[in-house]
Design a protein around this ligand. Sequence first.
Ligand code: GLA
Length: 387
Amino acid sequence: MLIDRPPMGWNSWNTFTNKINDQTIRETADAMVEQGLAEAGYNYLVIDDSWSERERDQDGNLVVCRAKFPHGMKSLADYVHSKGLKFGMYSCAGVRTCMDYPGSFGHEFQDARYFADIGVDFLKYDYCYKPSQADGPMLYNRMSIALKSTGRDILLSACSWGRDNTPQWVRSTGAGMFRSTSDITDTYTSIRDIAFSQLDNLPYSAPGCFNDLDMLVVGLNGNGSIGFGQGCTEVEYRQHFAFWCMLSAPLMLGLDVRNITKEARDLLVNSELLEIDQDPEARPPYMHRLQFNRDGFGDENVRIMFKHLSGGDYAVGIFNFGDEDTGANVRFYDIGIDPMCGYGFELTDVFTGENVGTYHEIYTMKIAAHDCRVYRAKLVQCGHGGL
Ligand code: GLA
């Protein structure tokens, strides 16, 4: 199966951690449809860690926890499918999962069959309790082959947190997406750390296997199970989401969609941002040179990116990761627009829909701490230069 667009969906971990159950998942499936999230493209519903009993049965099979899932997993998978969604589950390449349930090490083909029989479409595959003598890439390759042996299309979502040089080998294992960082939390510093840490991984994400910057924290507002305090501001969530989209990252929601706020929903279904994320070419952004800060040095906190989109347009993202409001200058010369070339960019703000004009030399703005601007940019003749 070609994974040609960054996968989109919802995962239970950020809100519920181990407190998952049949009813919550069914309600979530309902809400995905009712809130228009499914229609916007969020079509995988993934149950994370802690769904099984603590031990396998006598035949070595995984056993669903009946206290949490009294109707079994097949019934739940059928329900999720009946809503037009795809069903995802979780296991681990090690001997135990991160929450100390049985992992798939040494049981890969048996577990793959189990998941296929349930009707699983997506397997998140974690990296805890990996025996130290076992080779990580081989374990992902093994599960990937095991999944393929079932004859069912199951997307392998590798979750080795970027360890052991994951980006360099993971595509070769058949995985459709890969985690490149340790776990996100519902804090701005976590978002920023992840964003900065991935600037070196830009070349590794492409159709077939996408760099997963972790599940989104948009809309958690401190109510999830992975945050501390109040969560983030709307401005910070907006920057977080826009950054993931500029990198064409998988978009796995982590909020409680049953109680989604208007702000979160509007952001998550912003069709301009989703188009940027889901652009078929999935190109990494071209990085503008750093701004100069007051001391005349490159200001790492302000990042400006140009992303080529299929069809000829561009997306321009300006991100202020700094803790203070600042000015930012998009200098078009830095991305290859010679002042005399006769072309400029017509910019439309993807949040407001406002056309802010056509620029060919410099576009200057004030940008608040932790905020961003994203424009759809059209290359237009602008009458300057020697044409
Ligand atoms: C790891 C993963 C998380 C989540 C938990 C579950 O920490 O990185 O995304 O799946 O395990 O225990």
